[in-house]
Structure formats: structure tokens, C-alpha cells
Design a protein. Structure first.
Length: 402
């Protein structure tokens, strides 16, 4: 069983293991030199030299840190050396570190206790040893063990924290991707509603009118078909720009929001026969491109709902520059509705009697656009009194919402 702080779990521990092996060999050599200096003629000398060389080779191989049986052989050899020559007790410190790294605490602490006891026995056997020094090995061993275990647990906590942070970062990235996908889905639904869906609805109405008038008034029917074809061409342009995420076609062609709204009013009057007037209040000031696109889309959607549901005789588009905001008003004199009930008959409302009038996507789409820009939408209407849809956007880009 490998210790949690093995090289596989802690790659940075490799250099420390190498240092500890080198220190062990140096201490082993120092102990052997001292022994040979004082006990060269002893009959145990050949055995001490042989064990020292075997111990150095075994520990330098690094197998004692990977194989418990090999470490047990190293510890046994060292214990025999200590019993034959007490000066080899100096090698205990790197061995204690090796034991702590190789085994979990429940097995390492008893082994460290045995090693410390052997050192105490060796200290007591030294000639002229100070009895008080017997207490030094257990103190050092206890301090080293406590510091090692503390650092081990700190390292484990830090690794767990890092794993938790990585997991949290991945989860946050996944949430952001999901939010981005939902935001993009909302944007796509709004764009489709304000471009393709409105155009297809107009084409359907014109083609139905052409079919009804085909026998009695061929010229009028052909006019309806030509108008439907023009809407189809414009819808195709919008679809291409929509795919490439460009500005609305009217805005790209006219260059300014004011000119695009004026062109929209003129085209709506020509296609539907509903008189639509455009009015500009105040002096135009620079406006973010996203705000211009949103106001033009809102005007298109509001006029489409006037045409389909309001049964109005006239409508107007007013763009006002009021200090730090721009306000777009789309008004009609149609049948109106009750905004709080989301009833039929106004811009953004719905008419259950009209095919397709129950889609109810107008006002939510407008609010979604304005919410992204930090703007507001206000609807004023009452049954029989017409409707006014007001969209206000700040002239400075709002801070990004996270």
C-alpha cells in the first residue's frame, strides 16, 4: 500500500526523496568512519562493513520507498547495525522520513516508535553518555512526526480545494454555456418573429386577398401578388443578414435610424393602404447600433400587429431624443385592447378571430430586446381608444449583465 504522499500523488516530492537518500548515505558513511576509527580491530568489523555497504546500496536504489518488503529489509539491517555499533543511530532521521512517506499514519507511527526506542538504547550504550540525552531522540521524533503529519494533512486539504475549484470552474463554464445557449435561443426567436414570421404573415394576407379578388379584379389581385413578391425579396435579404448577424436591411440601406423609420412608414402605407406618418422630435444624437436595430425591429413588429389586429384607420411613428434616452412611439386609432389582459386589437396584442393572431409573441419579443439594452416598454391602450406602444432606450450602452 502506497502512502498518499507517494511520488505518483506528489511529483514534487521526488527531489526531496533524493536528498534524503543522499543524507542517509552520508550519515551512514560518517557512522562507518567513526566505527572504523575506534573499533577497527573488532571481530564485528567485517560484518559492520558488509551491512553498511548493503544498506547503502539498498537505500540508494529507491526500492525501499516503493516496496514495503524492501523497506523492512533496510530497517532490519539498520537495527542490526545499531545493536552492533550505537553510532549508526545517527541514520535514524532519514529512515523516519522514509517510514512516514511509505506507510499511512496508523502503521508509520508504531514503526517510528520502534526506531526511536532503538536510538534510545544505542544512546544509553555509548560510553560516558549523558543520561539526560536519552530524552532527546523521542522529542526529535515526536516533533518530526507531528510536523510531517501536519504538512501531509495541509497538502491533502489543498489538493481537495484545488479539485473543488477545478470542478466549480467546470460547472460554472457549463452553466455559462447553457445560459449562452438560452440567450442565443431567445435572440433567435425574437429575430425570427420580427423578420421572417412577420413577412410570412404579410405574404399570407396578401395572397389570400389576391385569391379573393382574382376573378372580380385581376389588376388588384396582381398588385397584391407583386407586393407579396416584394415582401418575399425583402424577407430573403433579412434572412441573409440574419444568418450573418448584420443590421436590419432597412437600417443598412438607409444609413440612419430616422431614414429607416421614414422608409418603413412609407412602405407600410404603400403595402397595406394604412396611412402611416413618421415624425422626428429633437436633434438626432449618436446611438449604439444595437439600440438602433432594436427600435427598428420594434417599429416593424408594432406596425405588423396594427395591420393584422388593430383595424385602424391611421398610425404614426414618432422618434424622440430626450436627453439621455431615445423614445420610439407607435400609435394607432384602432379598436385597442386591455394591456393587463393581453387582449386583442393592438400592437403586440392578439386576436383570436384572426388566423395566426394567437401567437402572442409581439410584446414579449419587444420586452426581451429592450431588457438586453437596459430599456423599458410601455403600452397604453383601452378598448375603442387605440394603442400607443412606447419603447425607451438609453443612449449609452448599459453595462454587461452577467
Amino acid at each position: 500500500m502506497r502512502h498518499p504522499l507517494s511520488r505518483a500523488a506528489d511529483p514534487d516530492a521526488g527531489w526531496l526523496s533524493a536528498v534524503m537518500r543522499l543524507v542517509f548515505v552520508l550519515l551512514l558513511g560518517t557512522s562507518l568512519t567513526r566505527y572504523l576509527t575506534h573499533h577497527l580491530a573488532s571481530p564485528l568489523t567485517p560484518w559492520v562493513i558488509a551491512l553498511s555497504l548493503a544498506l547503502a546500496a539498498g537505500h540508494l536504489s529507491g526500492l525501499s520507498e516503493r516496496r514495503p518488503a524492501w523497506l523492512a529489509a533496510v530497517l532490519g539491517s539498520w537495527a542490526v547495525l545499531v545493536l552492533m555499533a550505537p553510532s549508526f543511530a545517527w541514520c535514524a532521521v532519514p529512515l523516519v522520513y522514509t517510514v512516514l512517506r511509505a506507510f499511512p499514519p496508523r502503521a508509520a507511527i508504531p514503526l517510528v516508535t520502534v526506531l526511536t526506542a532503538l536510538v534510545m538504547v544505542a544512546q544509553a550504550r555509548l560510553p560516558g553518555a549523558d543520561p539526560t540525552l536519552v530524552l532527546l531522540p523521542p522529542a526529535v521524533a515526536a516533533l518530526a512526526t507531528a510536523v510531517f503529519l501536519y504538512m501531509q494533512r495541509q497538502g491533502a486539504r489543498q489538493r481537495k480545494l484545488i479539485v473543488d475549484l477545478i470542478r466549480a470552474r467546470r460547472e460554472l463554464a457549463a452553466v455559462e454555456r447553457r445560459q449562452g445557449a438560452l440567450s442565443e435561443r431567445e435572440r433567435l426567436s425574437v429575430e425570427i418573429h420580427d423578420t421572417l414570421a412577420q413577412g410570412l404573415s404579410s405574404q399570407q394576407m396578401l395572397l389570400q386577398a389576391a385569391e379573393l379578388a382574382w376573378e372580380q379584379d385581376t389588376a388588384a389581385a396582381r398588385g397584391h401578388v407583386r407586393t407579396a413578391a416584394a415582401i418575399t425579396a425583402r424577407n430573403l435579404t433579412e434572412a441573409r443578414r440574419f444568418v450573418h448577424d448584420l443590421a436590419p436591411a432597412d437600417l443598412a440601406e438607409q444609413g440612419t435610424l430616422e431614414a429607416a423609420l421614414a422608409a418603413l412608414a412609407e412602405r407600410e402605407a404603400a403595402e397595406s393602404g394604412l396611412p402611416v406618418r413618421f415624425q422626428l422630435d429633437g436633434s438626432p444624437v449618436p446611438m449604439p447600433a444595437a439600440a438602433q436595430s432594436a427600435l427598428l425591429r420594434i417599429a416593424q413588429g408594432a406596425l405588423a400587429n396594427v395591420r393584422e389586429h388593430a383595424r385602424a384607420h391611421r398610425a404614426s411613428i414618432t422618434l424622440s431624443y430626450l436627453g439621455d434616452q431615445a423614445v420610439l412611439d407607435v400609435a394607432d386609432d384602432g379598436r385597442g385592447f386591455t394591456p393587463s389582459l393581453g387582449g386583442p386589437g393592438g400592437p403586440g396584442g392578439r386576436d383570436p378571430a384572426v388566423p395566426g393572431g394567437g401567437r402572442g409573441h409581439g410584446l414579449p419579443a419587444m420586452r426581451a430586446r429592450l431588457r438586453q439594452l437596459g430599456g423599458t416598454l410601455t403600452v397604453e391602450s383601452a378598448p375603442g381608444d387605440g394603442t400607443v406602444v412606447s419603447a425607451a432606450v438609453p443612449l449609452e450602452s448599459p453595462p454587461e449583465v452577467r
